[in-house]
Design a protein around this ligand. Sequence first.
Ligand SMILES: [Mg+2]
Length: 160
Amino acid sequence: MLDTSLAELPLERLFQGRIKALILDVDRTLLPRHRAELPPLMEQWLRRAQQTMRLHLFSNNPSRRRIGAVAKRLELPFTTSAGKPRRSALRKVLAELGLPPNQVAMVGDRLFTDVLAGNRLGLFTVLVKPVDPQGQPCQRDHLQRAELRLARWIGTRLDR
Ligand SMILES: [Mg+2]
């Protein structure tokens, strides 16, 4: 669990944890709400990450146009209508990657879709703050705060 957006995710820390691939949520993790373009800081982060790790964009959004545009810009594979937190689409991506789950990280801004889906299959999971148009973490994210309150209430362990 990070207090930063993905653009500030410390890649080196993940390398030490033997992470070889990242499965990334798109809406509000890479793209700010109501925006179709990556903030420059986010694009820089993605380009740096893809030099050393395999990336896959993995979205519950059905829009191939919205998700595909980001994927095309970075030449990344992508999945739409992923159905998180269900596992079937994620299993398919893991099979394509050909890596054991503990070498793959799932990163997203939603606890009960992104993180839950990843945890169900034994992936390393990272909860980031939703991104704003500057690539910075959103200060007011009521949805994530509500999810975190619920998670604590049911006794979920959250590591910072
Ligand atoms: Mg999201």
